[in-house]
Design a protein around this ligand. Structure first.
Ligand SMILES: *Cc1c(COP(=O)(O)O)cnc(C)c1O
Length: 406
């Protein structure tokens, strides 16, 4: 027992679990960013090429977004002062929701404090204990938590397995409850794209509600970054589209798009909407400016995909396992480098950092045991020189640690 646990035994079980993580080599300390979120930045005093952020389009510090945030703060202050349903709905909150709904080509939109809150708040409020949730096994934690909170019965289908999803729908089709099928648009650990169109067709066939979580597809996939549902031309078949404002959009928040009734219902029933304060006006203003950029600067998205294609090809040519053998194959700017063993992965990530590249090691329980990986995310703002330098670092660290021969 450590001294802390001996002094105050009430939380000793936590200490024991942390000791276990240390034992496995997967305990981590938070890396602290000294400057701005950027392709090259400084963590813990070390200058690194950053392949770890979700800042896909470099919007975290786009001058127009900064200006919008400052102007809104000067005009409306720093806080909204209440939850949306009491006194905390400002014009700028409504403007953002209208902007997103128009962008996505749907009737209405509600913005939550985060993507996590959007998923958990929506799934838990639109279903009850008589209902069924069919969920891809690799769906995000916020969907899983929302499903548990709803008390609906949860059926998990194998990753992207349409036949298995159909089998589960058949099993419950004569049950009285409603059925909701959920998939991520882009899976966050493997970077593969969910079969949104095929799953939406299944939902049509069985009368199920179709929901897509587009956190990693917002600003990345579809026309001007409208997401995976747009990418698959499935807007009319998807009842609930979730997106995030925290990744490519560069700020913070989550949203749900759908029919006017869905959104009005969430205004009345979604618990994070009812019981947690709305965004500061600066955040809403930032996001409005970000959607203007998506509409007016599509070249950013093109650069993101060009960089992604180049980086993936170079990693593959160097002999890295970038997924597709034992794991799903990445099709997006998220590229995992599969290593397998958790400790070895964490050691590799640390060695990369020491050599000037920030790329997160991800191990069990975030990914399955034996599928630990370095997860990289490309952005539109990385230059070719930065990408080449990162690749050279990957190769040399891999040779030194025996991950790659020669
Ligand atoms: C990041 C993420 C979320 C949560 O979004 P936040 O806005 O960061 O809370 C939800 N779903 C998926 C698939 C994600 O990757």
């Amino acid at each position: 027992m450590t001294t802390a646990a001996a002094k105050r035994p009430q939380l000793a079980h936590l200490t024991a679990q942390l000791d276990d993580l240390r034992e496995r080599g997967t305990f981590f300390k938070l890396r602290v960013l000294d400057d701005q979120q950027a392709p090259v930045c400084t963590y813990d005093g070390k200058r690194v090429i950053n392949l770890a952020s979700n800042n896909y389009l470099g919007l975290c510090n786009h001058p127009k977004l900064e200006e919008a945030a400052i102007a809104a703060t000067k005009k409306y202050g720093v806080g909204s002062g209440a939850v949306r349903t009491i006194a905390g709905t400002m014009h700028i909150h409504m403007e953002l929701e209208e902007k997103i709904a128009a962008f996505k080509g749907v009737e209405a939109c509600v913005v939550f404090q985060s993507g996590f809150a959007a998923n958990a708040g929506t799934v838990s409020s639109i279903l009850g204990k008589e209902d069924f949730i069919l969920s891809d096994e690799l769906n995000h934690a916020s969907i899983i938590d929302g499903a548990r909170l709803s008390k609906a019965k949860i059926k998990v289908f194998r990753h992207k397995d349409i036949a298995h999803a159909e089998q589960l729908l058949q099993e419950v089709q004569n049950e009285p409850g409603r059925k909701l099928l959920i998939t991520d648009g882009v899976f966050s650990m493997d970077g593969d794209i969910g079969p949104v169109d095929k799953l939406a067709d299944l939902c049509e066939k069985y009368g199920a509600i179709m929901m897509v979580d587009d956190a990693h597809a917002s600003g990345v996939l579809g026309r001007n970054g409208r997401g995976s549902v747009d990418h698959f031309h499935a807007t009319d078949k998807v009842d609930v589209q979730v997106g995030t404002l925290s990744k490519a959009i560069g700020a913070l928040g989550g949203y749900v798009c759908g029919s006017r009734d869905l959104i009005d219902y969430l205004y009345h029933r979604a618990r994070p909407f009812l019981f947690s304060t709305s965004h500061p006006p600066s955040v809403a203003a930032t996001c409005i400016a970000a959607f203007d950029i998506l509409e007016n600067e599509p070249d950013r998205i093109q650069r993101l995909w060009d960089n992604t294609a180049y980086f993936k090809q170079q990693l593959t040519d160097a002999g890295f396992d970038v997924g597709g053998n034992t794991t799903p194959k990445s099709e997006t700017p998220i590229t995992p480098i599969i290593i397998g063993d958790g400790r070895r992965t964490m050691d590799f990530s640390r060695a990369l950092f020491d050599a000037g590249v920030m790329a997160t090691g991800i191990a069990f329980p975030t990914v399955p045991e034996g599928k630990a990986r370095i997860r990289t995310i490309m952005t539109s703002e990385h230059t070719r020189e930065q990408i080449d330098q990162a690749l050279e670092t990957f190769r040399s660290v891999a040779r030194k640690t025996g991950l790659l021969q020669s």
